[in-house]
Write a protein that binds this ligand. Structure first.
Ligand code: GTQ
Ligand code: FE2
Length: 376
């Protein structure tokens, strides 16, 4: 191998001289110039401008549906065949967006996975800079232990594991449990901002308290402990319980019936999980919400900068992303890429969990929302 070849073993850059608006005349001299660019790993803007700077977002990610029944079947099979322990860390199976080249990314920023833990299994303790949450579609019997604080997981609960907190999971029941994990793994991966550390192999505390210490300290509506002033990066509430989320949505719709304000749009109630120390999103990179549509309601067509994943919690309906539409039921998951039009129609009453990367774009003043029929 020559010194030059070592410098540029194989240039990944391939440039083609093509005719077109704003393009120079394809000539042997131009081809020569382009080979020179390739040699030096250079790319001119004029061949790339359409892709790089579209007039509005043209994401590589695609709108896509994953059926919960299929995820669950494969998770159960993984339970038969794949151990959980140090190294693999978790029996978690990620949604891979078909537009993202096979990477285990639901969207360019968001990881979504089904995780499966069999009776009496422990998922080892670790911590990482990635922010994580769990959302429970069905089942119970697993406790996630966050910095030594065991947090029960049950249907409808939304649980937090913010970045750099040690966490492991243990299943104390006689039956397996599956749930949804959401993390900002793709964002951390693609920006090279990832740190990871092992904790003890075994979860040290196998106790099964009904309420975590974090909830006992923090989860009282409108009340915060005086000993803990000041804003915190992520919400200290380890678990947002379904009974509270459900009651908030029920009351929004009841208020609508009584003629009072509070809903998003007719027949559509929604709540956002928040950090009580700031009033903002639960974690720096992830927004999470619960939506409830009355039977027969269709949401306004809406698009926004940033990507999201929706999971049907209960009921049936249709989800349309740009020109694709799916009939959905309990547990089904849909990835919604940036700036693609979303419409949801409720066949029955429909409850949906949603998470999105919007806080990133808000922080950068790059957020934008467009709702059809609303003044822009
Ligand atoms: O449960 O700690 O789906 O670290 C991916 C990475 C779950 C977890 C995932 C993780 C976890
Ligand atoms: Fe983790």
């Amino acid at each position: 191998m020559t010194a030059t070849a070592e410098h540029h073993p194989v240039s990944p850059v391939r440039l083609r001289a093509t005719a077109g608006p704003g393009q120079p005349e394809p000539t042997p001299d131009l081809e020569d110039l382009y080979r020179g660019f390739e040699q030096e790993l250079l790319v001119p803007l004029w061949t790339e401008i359409g892709d790089l700077m579209p007039t509005s977002p043209a994401p590589q990610a695609r709108g896509h549906l994953w059926r919960w029944a299929n995820l669950l079947r494969l998770a159960e099979r993984s339970g038969d065949l794949v151990p959980v322990g140090r190294g693999g860390e978790r029996r978690a199976i990620a949604l891979a967006n078909p537009g993202l080249g096979g990477a285990p990314f639901a969207t360019p920023t968001l990881w979504a996975a089904i995780q499966y833990l069999k009776p009496k299994e422990d998922a080892p303790v670790h911590r990482h800079t990635q922010n994580a949450f769990r959302f429970v579609l069905e089942g119970e019997g697993v406790w996630t232990v966050v910095d030594g604080d065991p947090v029960a997981m049950r249907r409808g609960d939304f649980l937090l594991t913010p970045g750099w907190h040690f966490h492991g999971h243990h299943n104390q029941a006689d039956f397996p449990m599956a749930w949804l994990d959401g993390l900002d793994i793709p964002f951390a991966y693609q920006t090279g901002s990832t740190f990871f550390e092992d904790g003890p192999e075994q979860v040290s505390d196998h106790s099964t308290p009904d309420r975590s210490r974090a909830e006992r300290l923090w989860a009282h509506p409108g009340l915060r402990p005086v000993s803990q002033p000041g804003p915190q990066t992520s919400s200290p509430i380890a678990a947002y319980r379904w009974e509270h989320t459900d009651a908030a949505l029920t009351e929004q719709l009841d208020l609508e019936t009584e003629g009072h304000p509070g809903i998003v749009e007719p027949g559509h109630a929604a709540v956002r999980f928040t950090n009580p120390t700031t009033g903002g999103d639960v974690m720096p990179t992830i927004r999470a919400e619960m939506h409830r549509l009355r039977a027969g309601t269709t949401t306004a067509r809406r698009r926004e900068v940033g990507s999201a994943v929706w999971q049907v919690f209960d009921g049936t309906g249709t989800v349309q992303v740009d020109d694709r539409s799916w009939h959905v039921g309990r547990g089904d998951l849909v990835a919604v890429p940036s700036w693609q039009q979303l419409t949801i129609g409720a066949e029955t009453g429909l409850d949906l969990f949603r998470f999105a990367d919007t806080p990133i774009f808000e922080r950068l003043n790059a957020d934008r929302v467009q709702v059809e029929g609303a003044p822009s």
